[in-house]
Ligand binder design. Structure first.
Ligand SMILES: Nc1ncnc2c1ncn2[C@@H]1O[C@H](COP(=O)(O)OP(=O)(O)OP(=O)(O)O)[C@@H](O)[C@H]1O
Ligand SMILES: [Mg+2]
Length: 450
């Protein structure tokens, strides 16, 4: 490989066009890049040359600066950003195994052992026994490259970890977790299990941890009559069932750590992705992937794709930007507003914006699936003192500190800080700078009406 690389000469035009994906996958893999400890730059160069791409062509395809690729290949950049790795993996059409090797090298780790049978027909469980429960991707999925890359990297690394996607109601946690899990799926040939823990579902209690275990055991092929009564026995059976299998478990909408704990990864080939509106600080070995609202350009892309390009065509950019800002850049709200526009052929984006300016809560109300209903479920889960703090503080538009909060709540600053911490933990409050707090616009709407 090294000789090939030297012969090809990095950075020089290599003859031949870009081949089809099948062509790339059919070609034998270069052996060199897989050696343990190979730096990411050498891997990158090997796969770039295999794809017959110059550094410039690869940069163009990946949407990266050619300098980033040069620095990576010559070893000057040893810790690239996860989003760059993901873009490169896509541009080089790497398969699941190769993506994992590249991701692990970029983190300075060894990848999980390769999946036997992925390439050349070695034994795998019968397809009928393998749970494939991941729901379909949100269509069209927009943005979140850095967060997807972070999940992919943690999910591909050698250590069994819990990846927690955390954020406020409607931020897109489920959509992201599903998308990332689908991309990771080829690395988990023994199955992918998806369980809705119903942490925030109208009229339904969160799933009991014992029930969640029974559900996962069922997905793994344990007949209902063999699922033990006691939760500890179920957990033991689960650990045994997954100990030497490569299984990806996605737990959606966890209300608390207790729901998750019995399902922690129990073998080196297991990975767990959890989504939650709450920070799961009580679990060990959690890699948190916090999810903020969307950047304006991605929110506009989501709005346009949902409403339809024809409904948005000709709208001035500042009107579109203002419209998605009025939706708080929150995916759920952006989609709700865009769906309203699509359903009303006579409306223009300007008209929608005027309505959002006039009566946002009414415009974004989508019943049980709307943003205010989602926030209400978070509110309902709070104890009384936190609900009171939320109501009294939540309607303030401006940033504030713990002292201000204490005077509004009629309490001491330490006590106010404790309450603010709890609201931060459930993503009903934001802390843009240390000790400075603010409520998201839509949360403020909800708090004012609570
Ligand atoms: N990146 C995205 N691209 C396209 N659609 C998205 C994206 N993120 C979220 N959505 C859409 O926005 C809506 C809300 O997303 P989602 O249900 O994933 O939010 P959530 O954070 O899981 O909410 P909750 O806290 O209520 O579980 C869904 O319709 C989803 O399909
Ligand atoms: Mg969700």
């Amino acid at each position: 490989m090294a000789a090939e690389a030297a012969a090809a000469g990095a950075g020089h035009e290599v003859t031949g066009g870009v081949t089809s994906m099948e062509g790339i996958q059919d070609r034998p893999l270069p052996q060199g890049p897989y050696a343990p400890g190979t730096p990411p730059g050498a891997l990158l160069r090997g796969w770039r040359e295999r794809a017959l791409l110059t550094q410039e062509r690869l940069a163009e395809r990946a949407g990266l600066n050619v300098r980033t690729i040069r620095r990576l290949e010559n070893g000057a950049l040893r810790r690239p950003r996860p989003s760059s790795i993901l873009l490169l993996a896509d541009a080089l059409r790497l398969d699941g195994e190769e993506r994992a090797v590249l991701a692990a090298a970029a983190l300075g780790r060894t990848a999980a052992p390769p999946v036997r049978g992925d390439r050349a027909g070695t034994v795998r469980p019968a397809a009928a026994d393998v749970p494939r429960e991941l729901p379909a991707d949100a269509v069209p999925f927009t943005g979140r490259e850095a967060e997807s890359a972070a999940i992919e990297i943690h999910g591909s690394s050698g250590a069994p970890v819990v990846i927690a996607v955390e954020g406020m109601a409607g931020a897109g946690k489920t959509a992201l977790a599903v998308r990332a899990a689908r991309r990771l799926a080829p690395r988990f040939p023994d199955g992918q299990v998806f369980v809705d823990l119903r942490g925030h579902r109208p009229g339904r209690a969160p799933v009991h941890p014992g029930e969640a275990l029974a559900r996962v055991l069922g997905a793994l092929g344990v007949p209902a009559q063999r699922v033990p009564e006691h939760i500890d026995d179920r957990a033991a059976l689960y650990r045994g069932a997954v100990a030497d299998r490569r299984i990806l478990v996605v737990l959606d909408d966890a209300a608390c750590e207790e729901q998750v704990r019995p399902l922690l990864p129990a073998g080196p080939g297991c990975r767990l992705i959890v989504t939650s509106r709450r920070r799961l600080t009580g679990l060990d070995d959690v890699r948190a992937v916090p999810l903020d609202v969307l950047p304006v350009d991605h929110a506009i892309a989501l709005f346009t794709a949902t409403a339809g390009h024809d409904r948005v065509a000709g709208t001035p950019a500042d009107v579109l930007a203002e419209t998605v800002r009025r939706c708080g850049l929150l995916p759920l709200a952006v989609r709700t507003a865009a769906a309203r526009l699509r359903a009303r052929p006579a409306w223009t984006v300007e008209h929608l914006l005027a309505r959002l300016n006039h009566a946002r809560p009414t415009e974004l109300d989508a019943g049980e699936r709307g943003v205010y209903a989602a926030l209400d479920l978070s509110y309902q889960r709070l104890p009384d003192d936190q609900r009171r703090a939320y109501r009294l503080l939540g309607s303030r538009a401006a940033e504030f500190g713990a002292e201000d909060a204490a005077s509004v709540l009629g309490t001491t600053a330490p006590q106010a800080r404790r309450l603010l911490d709890r609201l931060l933990d459930v993503h009903l409050l934001q802390e843009p700078a240390p000790g400075r707090y603010r409520f998201h616009d839509l949360v403020a709407d909800h708090a004012a009406a609570s």
